[in-house]
Design a protein around this ligand. Structure first.
Ligand SMILES: *[C@@H]1O[C@H](CO)[C@@H](O)[C@H](O)[C@H]1NC(C)=O
Ligand SMILES: *[C@@H]1O[C@H](CO)[C@@H](O)[C@H](O)[C@H]1NC(C)=O
Ligand SMILES: *[C@@H]1O[C@H](CO)[C@@H](O)[C@H](O)[C@H]1NC(C)=O
Ligand SMILES: *[C@@H]1O[C@H](CO)[C@@H](O)[C@H](O)[C@H]1NC(C)=O
Ligand SMILES: *[C@@H]1O[C@H](CO)[C@@H](O)[C@H](O)[C@H]1NC(C)=O
Ligand SMILES: *[C@@H]1O[C@H](CO)[C@@H](O)[C@H](O)[C@H]1NC(C)=O
Length: 501
């Protein structure tokens, strides 16, 4: 056990197929947080394979009190490096306080410093899938409840898993796969239904721009994209676009995938980052630039906004060959390592390609599904084709039921303006022991932050309902005012018309 110095480290947004790297909450405690390593089986599904690797986790025991049986709260890590912030603040930290629980934060195999293999070559990625990652969590829970950890203080504890985004999906799937180890789960913004083409993603972005920005904002983007597509038909036009948008090199209109690369990395991903991570005021501020009446050219207005975003710095990459080079680096420490790993998971398990195949979005047909098929082949090998992708998606939905069955003792939250929400549960999936709350207007993973600091009043009420539901599931009694949290109606379902344009 080694003491970890608390540095709230913000993971830089990585480009491409983004899900979420949760930013650290304000840390409310600086004591009691320690970093640990635990020995896990490399392959849980081959009985004779006894290889292992070291899995990292953080542990905070500040709420453990000799006069209570401590419960276990695990904040589940997804496709990012863990850092101590989420065992020092946020909703899981509050839950641990209420339940007198030990609080843990686990690192997903292959991400962060939890590295089961020497590198990320295709052959070494054979143990990267969610079934193995869930089995890691199962082994982890058994370990924490064993005599080997803290002299067995958790041997009779109940276990709550909390996760957001893909880690939220994992929490829900843990309750399905290991109900004897997991007593209750909370998933914020977790997609549950694997799907190859995911045009709904940009549809939600469109809806958020329209309702939080304006119709004018949307039509300005639409006009700009139309003009850009026309300009990109000529060399001179392409040179104009390259210079306005500060691409890393001139856009090569003769290359099959360079224009989609420019639109994906430069345009749709920039809007994805705006809406997926939106906090109150972000979208109106973007729309003010996009509709600035002092600038008559919509392309210039779009370029002004795009080039002012930190993730388009120092320049926008439009060369598909460079994207391939960056994502075929098999060193864990390479800058695109996380995206190599996560994209691999999409190519074999999920799809979720955020294409422009819907007509209800302003980006025309600039980012086709074939672009992602090409990525799977070029990043990993020609064997990672559409057949493998589709079989993987069928397998994922078969293993975990997609949206056809929510496990009991689960709580799910969806943000009404979270572009991932169409792949997750909504109020129609709720049952007596599986609550689902849809919070109008909020973005991705906003319900895992602390109470008392919410984007909207509804979000605040939903966070309190989440705490209340989990308390009821674990203790059998509703949360009382003694826990310093107001008692919300237990089965409050925030209904919302999920207006998709
Ligand atoms: C793993 O199995 C091999 C034989 O298959 C054995 O030689 C080795 O000691 C085992 N390692 C561990 C850590 O149990
Ligand atoms: C952790 O918290 C407990 C109180 O819950 C306290 O007694 C202890 O000194 C703290 N520090 C460590 C390193 O456990
Ligand atoms: C432990 O729990 C008891 C009873 O709930 C409480 O009075 C006491 O203050 C708690 N101690 C700590 C260190 O939290
Ligand atoms: C990757 O690791 C494997 C297993 O250690 C090794 O055999 C292979 O040479 C490595 N490949 C690269 C490109 O580093
Ligand atoms: C437009 O230009 C005028 C005059 O320079 C300035 O006062 C105003 O703030 C500008 N509006 C925007 C939205 O930038
Ligand atoms: C709920 O999700 C289902 C997909 O499982 C979808 O068909 C339906 O339209 C959604 N309902 C609402 C109210 O969003």
């Amino acid at each position: 056990m080694r003491r970890h110095i608390l540095v709230p480290l913000l993971v830089a947004p990585s480009f491409g197929l983004r899900t979420f790297e949760p930013p650290p909450p304000p840390v409310t405690t600086r004591n009691n947080i320690t970093e640990h390593w635990f020995t896990v089986r490399l392959n849980h599904f081959m009985a004779h394979n006894n290889e292992t690797f070291q899995m990292r986790f953080y542990y905070n025991n500040e709420f453990v009190n000799a006069s209570h049986i401590p419960e276990i709260v695990v904040f589940v890590g997804g496709e990012w490096a863990i850092y101590p912030g989420w065992v020092g603040g946020g909703l899981a930290h509050e839950l641990a306080s209420i339940l007198h629980a030990g609080l843990f934060y686990t690192e997903h195999r292959y991400y962060g410093l939890t590295r089961p293999t020497a590198n990320t070559t295709v052959s070494e990625l054979r143990y990267l899938n969610v079934d193995q990652a869930l089995a890691d969590l199962a082994q982890f829970i058994e370990y924490v409840k064993s005599e080997q950890f803290e002299n067995g203080i958790y041997r009779n504890s109940k276990v709550v898993l909390v996760g957001c985004s893909y880690a939220g999906s994992m929490a829900t799937w843990m309750r399905l796969a290991y109900p004897h180890l997991v007593d209750a789960v909370f998933s914020d913004s977790g997609p549950l239904h694997a799907q190859e083409d995911f045009p709904e993603y940009l549809e939600v972005i469109t809806e958020a721009l329209r309702t939080q920005g304006s119709e004018e904002c949307l039509s300005s983007v639409s006009e700009a994209v139309q003009l850009m597509v026309e300009l990109l038909e000529t060399e001179d036009g392409a040179a104009t676009i390259s210079s306005l948008f500060n691409t890393c090199s001139p856009i090569d209109t003769s290359s099959e995938w360079d224009i989609p690369t420019f639109f994906w990395y430069g345009i749709t991903e920039t809007f994805a980052a705006l809406v997926q991570y939106a906090t109150p005021g972000n979208i109106p501020a973007a729309c003010a630039v996009l509709t600035n009446s002092n600038i008559s050219d919509p392309v210039q207005r779009l370029a002004n906004w795009i080039t002012a975003q930190s993730w388009t710095q120092p320049c926008i990459e439009s060369r598909y060959s460079e994207v391939v080079t960056a994502h075929t680096n098999t060193d864990y420490d390479s800058p695109n390592s996380v995206m190599r790993l996560w994209t691999y998971q999409t190519c074999v398990e999920y799809g979720w390609y955020q294409t422009t195949t819907s007509s209800r979005q302003p980006f025309l047909s600039t980012v086709p599904l074939e672009y992602f098929h090409q990525m799977c082949k070029d990043f990993y090998s020609i064997d990672f084709d559409e057949v493998r992708l589709r079989q993987g998606i069928v397998r994922t939905n078969n293993l975990f039921a997609g949206l056809t069955h929510l496990p009991d003792y689960s709580v799910s939250v969806a943000g009404g303006h979270d572009p991932w929400s169409p792949m997750g549960p909504n109020v129609t999936h709720a049952t007596a022991l599986a609550s689902v709350y849809v919070v109008p207007g909020v973005s991705h993973c906003r319900a895992i932050t602390a109470t008392g600091n919410s984007d909207t009043e509804e979000l605040e009420r939903v966070k309190q309902a989440v705490l209340s539901d989990l308390h009821l599931y674990i203790t059998g009694i509703p949360l009382t005012k003694a826990a310093n949290v107001a008692v919300p109606p237990l089965v409050l379902i925030v209904a919302v018309t999920f207006a998709m344009i």
